[in-house]
Design a protein. Structure first.
Length: 256
């Protein structure tokens, strides 16, 4: 059965059991490799589920690509997203792909390199809680997302927190997500004909940030991890699922 208490740095995050869990045989995302393209993972949190990732940010110029082993989170965004995934899929394996430094801002080049790293390391699901409106990023970003999809990876991306449609969330080879009004992390809506096809819970009163601090956070960034976590449960049961198949399964279980 799903462990309903997820431990983070001296405090517990309760995950309420639901009919959804029962209908998928209490899957926990065991062994599913999930990449989190974001700001890394807080080094003060030691967790066996956090795997060796990659740092792609030059500390001297955060919009410049630099490969390193430094995945330490310096703004908390990535740690928060990873925690939300683990609340739903507590046995998933998280691979931090650090594209943000102290600011929640990156370049298209760094983002593309992060996706290429995930492809090379054969990750199954990739959470991308960011979006861009830069015209010059559209074509190269679409191409690398298509490569990932063809390799069997499932990409989940949040809409930007603007009224405009951002990418990669808008791409048809990506599951696009925005925040909706839900009480439970396992609740969501999906309309595959829409550009941003999923809505999920995006407001949380108690998310770990950095240095033992928890805050109330909300926005589209935090809706994408809910869908990523749910997909992780399905992938544990059906490891060969791809993007098109997962859309059908999400439709089947929506509202459960």
């Amino acid at each position: 059965m799903v462990n309903n208490l997820i431990y983070f740095n001296g405090s517990f995050c309760e995950v309420r059991p639901s009919d959804f869990n029962r209908k998928i045989n209490y899957a926990t995302g065991k062994g599913v490799k999930v990449g989190v393209i974001d700001s890394g993972w807080a080094q003060e949190l030691v967790d066996y589920r956090i795997q060796k990732g990659i740092g792609l940010v030059d500390p001297e110029d955060e919009l410049h690509l630099k490969y390193s082993s430094d995945c330490n989170d310096r703004n908390g965004h990535g740690t928060s997203c990873a925690e939300l995934i683990l609340r739903i899929a507590p046995d998933a394996l998280i691979y931090p792909v650090k594209v943000f430094g102290k600011r929640i801002e990156t370049s298209a080049n760094i983002l593309i390199e992060g996706i290429l790293w995930a492809i090379k390391n054969e990750l199954k699901i990739l959470n991308i809680s960011l979006g861009t409106l830069l015209p010059e990023a559209l074509e190269p970003l679409y191409k690398v997302c298509e490569i990932a999809k063809q390799k069997g990876m499932i990409l989940v991306a949040s809409k930007s927190n603007t009224d405009r449609m951002s990418y990669p969330a808008i791409f048809e080879n990506v599951i696009g997500v925005e925040s909706g009004n839900f009480d439970n992390m396992f609740e969501y809506e999906i309309q595959v004909e829409e550009g941003i096809e999923c809505k999920a819970k995006g407001i949380y009163p108690n998310i770990y940030c950095l240095n033992g601090i928890r805050n109330r956070l909300g926005g589209n960034s935090f809706a994408a991890p809910a869908i990523t976590g749910i997909i992780s449960l399905f992938v544990e049961i059906f490891p060969e699922l791809d993007t098109e198949h997962i859309r059908g399964i999400l439709q089947k279980y929506a509202g459960e």
